[in-house]
Every structure is written in structure tokens, then in C-alpha cells.
Design a protein around this ligand. Structure first.
Ligand code: SF4
Ligand code: SF4
Length: 388
């Protein structure tokens, strides 16, 4: 797992990036990073740097995502797509155990922890924060998710500082970006200027330092460092969204009965897209399956969502049967109760839930609407009839 170490900065030329991949492969890492697939930039296994989305960018708005050609060959000139690193650290489906019946006895075999090391290429600052949020959920001293822990401890993280912000990004509001400050092994800033294409590289751990020193590099000078700072400053100035987080926990606690929940519920399809793409959402359920002969059974854990009725089913019915109750649960958990539970916001400002909501519901807009409604006369806020 990445620590913190900020000493030297290195220059890695674009045409030596493959060498970084080679070093990671030789040390047994499965390399996962961005690639173009099904009209989006998703994270998948990479065989070489040729699989990176060279010359592509993404254009994002509420309910909209499109790929577009850039006028250069930047490898990381996009923002975030529908996948996040939770797809690999906490996969959508994981087998927990298998049971076999033999001669009247049942034998249970636990699923072994993931053995292969993974190297994540192109992790954004907001995503580093999201991984840190999931660490708090899955690697608490009292309750450890062994599967997550084994994947996480073996992950080598190559972060990439953002050089542009997307239309739905708001990491500056959440204090989670756009520059990676901790939680990585290596952090790259991509620079294309005067016909030269290179990366300024920072090592964030001893493991990162060991890796970069096996790759052809030169020390970064003042000019390259300031070029890297300018790249990040550009992204910071382009945020497509912003959220005023002042007193947000108490704001949402005070507004449990705000009529705005009815309004957003009238648009929400309870499709759960927002929770699937969110890099911090962690709800799951378990399912048991058996074969037709009845001598083999398996238990699987799979992602679930607070937008499904089943998630809150308690004997006799669902605790949150209305769309209003489910949307309110999601947003209030994300931005308020998460703080009580884990000491941090559950939102890192990546904007995925806005982009991938089919009806363009935007939590930054919802927070703004609730905040502004507090300025209205009291009686106009009393539109509440039943909570579930
Ligand atoms: S807020 Fe949007 S993405 Fe989330 S459940 Fe509702 S319609 Fe689906
Ligand atoms: S709530 Fe939305 S913006 Fe916040 S981390 Fe989740 S997907 Fe990203």
C-alpha cells in the first residue's frame, strides 16, 4: 500500500512509459488502466501503453457522456469514466465460499484471497480519496473484508494529476483534487509542449521509488516542475460543478422533511446507476446458488444499492418503500451520516453520479436547492406526508 514520500521529481519521457509497464509486469503485476471500450474510457487489463486512450477526451454533463478526439496525443487527457477502482478492489461479484455434499457430509471451501498483485495506472486524485474512503469501510480494525484487504495491500498505484476538469467535476469543493497528494506509489503529470511529450513523476512510497529508478529517467528541473504545477492549476480552474459544503451535515439533518425530497423523487427512476458508478458506495448483498442435483452450493457477494427495495427489506416490508425515502437515504448518507460513521464525507466530487444519471439528477444542485429553501418562510417547507 502506498505511503508518503515526496523528495525527488523525475522526468519520464513518453517513449519510455512502456518501460514502466515492463517493470511492473516483470514484478508480477496485472496492469489495469484506462482504455477505450464501448464508447467510453473504462479501466481494463492493459497489455501495453498502446491500449491507453491516446488522443481521446471525454465530454461530460448531467446525463451525458461522449468521447471526442483531442488535437494532441495525450494519453491521460480525459476525466473519469463509468468504472472506478472499486471494480477491482471490491468487484461487482465475489464468490465467498463453495459447499459440496459427499457421502452425507458437507465440505465447505472458503474462497482464497486474491493472489495476483495489481498495478493501477491513471488513478485520479478524487479516486485516491475514494479508495481511502473504502479503506475505512473495509479495513476497520474490528471488521475486515479479507478479500478487499488482500487486493488493496498488493495494489501498486500510479496516479495521474488532472490537466483538465470535466463538466461534472467538483473535487475542489470536496478538497480531494485535482492534484494527488497522498495514497500513491507514483504520481505522473502529463506535459505536452514544444513538440515534447513527457511526464513529471513524484514517488510517494519506497516501492514507487524502486520502480521509477528502474526506468530511464532524468531529474526534473524548475521549468518542468512549474509546467506540472500549471497543468494542475488549469484543471483546478475548470471545475464544471461546485458544492458549498459549509455545515452540510447539519444542513441535511435539519432538512429531513424538506419538500425538495418529493421534487427530486418525482424525477428519480430509482435505477441505482448513481450507486453503481460511485467509487465510494459499498452496499452489497449475498446470494446462495445451488446446482440442480443439490450437491453443490455457492455463496456470492454482489453489489447492491440503497435504491433497491430489497436492500431495506426487514421482516414484513421495506423500510424505504418510496423513491423519496431512498434518494434522501442516499444523499444524506453520502454527505452527512457518512461523516458520523467514518469521519469523512462519502463524496469525493468525481461527478460520476451526475454524468451517469439517466435523468441528470445532480447532487450539487440538490444541496443548493435545500440550502436556498432554508431562506424561505417556514410554512413552505412543511410539505411532508409520510417518510417511507
Ligand atoms: S438519482 Fe438518477 S441515477 Fe440515481 S437512482 Fe435516481 S435516476 Fe437513477
Ligand atoms: S456521490 Fe457522486 S460525485 Fe460523489 S463520489 Fe459518488 S459518484 Fe462521485
Amino acid at each position: 500500500m502506498a505511503g508518503q514520500l515526496h523528495e525527488q521529481e523525475y522526468i519520464l519521457e513518453r517513449n519510455h512509459l512502456q518501460k514502466l509497464f515492463d517493470v511492473l509486469s516483470r514484478s508480477g503485476h496485472r496492469i489495469i488502466g484506462p482504455t477505450v471500450h464501448d464508447g467510453a474510457i473504462v479501466y481494463d487489463d492493459l497489455n501495453s501503453v498502446d491500449n491507453l486512450p491516446a488522443g481521446w477526451t471525454d465530454v461530460q454533463e448531467g446525463g451525458t457522456y461522449r468521447l471526442k478526439r483531442r488535437d494532441d496525443e495525450a494519453l491521460f487527457g480525459y476525466n473519469v469514466g463509468p468504472y472506478s477502482w472499486k471494480n477491482f478492489l471490491f468487484p461487482p461479484r465475489t464468490r465467498l465460499w463453495q459447499a459440496d455434499r459427499n457421502a452425507g457430509t458437507a465440505q465447505i471451501t472458503d474462497e482464497p484471497p486474491e493472489a495476483q498483485k495489481m498495478a493501477f495506472i491513471g488513478v485520479r486524485s478524487c479516486e485516491l480519496h475514494a479508495i481511502a474512503v473504502q479503506d475505512r469501510v473495509f479495513i476497520q480494525p474490528k471488521f475486515v473484508n479479507i478479500s478487499y484487504q488482500s487486493r488493496r495491500e498488493k495494489a501498486f498505484i500510479v496516479a495521474v494529476n488532472c490537466g483538465q476538469a470535466g463538466g461534472t467535476c467538483f473535487c475542489v469543493s470536496m478538497n480531494t483534487g485535482p492534484k494527488a497528494t497522498k495514497g500513491y506509489d507514483l504520481a505522473l503529470t502529463e506535459i505536452i509542449e514544444n513538440g515534447r511529450h513527457y511526464f513529471v513523476v513524484e514517488a510517494g512510497s519506497e516501492a514507487g521509488k524502486t520502480v521509477i529508478e528502474q526506468v530511464p529517467n532524468t531529474p526534473a528541473g524548475a521549468a518542468q516542475r512549474s509546467a506540472a504545477e500549471a497543468v494542475v492549476a488549469t484543471a483546478a480552474g475548470q471545475m464544471g460543478r461546485q458544492m458549498d459544503t459549509t455545515g452540510i451535515k447539519d444542513l441535511l439533518y435539519r432538512n429531513y422533511r424538506n419538500p425538495r425530497w418529493e421534487e427530486v423523487a418525482s424525477r428519480c427512476l430509482t435505477c441505482a446507476n448513481c450507486t453503481m458508478v460511485c467509487p465510494t458506495c459499498f452496499c452489497s448483498t449475498v446470494e446462495d446458488v445451488t446446482n440442480l442435483k443439490g450437491d453443490h452450493a455457492e455463496r456470492w457477494q454482489r453489489w447492491d444499492s440503497c435504491f433497491t427495495m430489497d436492500l431495506s427489506y426487514i421482516h414484513g416490508g421495506s423500510v424505504r418503500s418510496s423513491a423519496k425515502a431512498r434518494y434522501r437515504q442516499w444523499m444524506t448518507h453520502k454527505l452527512a451520516t457518512w461523516i458520523d460513521q467514518f469521519g469523512t464525507s462519502g463524496c469525493v466530487g468525481c461527478g460520476r453520479c451526475i454524468t451517469w444519471c439517466p435523468v441528470a439528477i445532480d447532487l450539487t444542485e440538490e444541496v443548493r436547492a435545500i440550502r436556498e429553501s432554508e431562506e424561505l418562510p417556514t410554512e413552505s417547507k412543511e410539505g411532508h406526508h409520510g417518510d417511507t
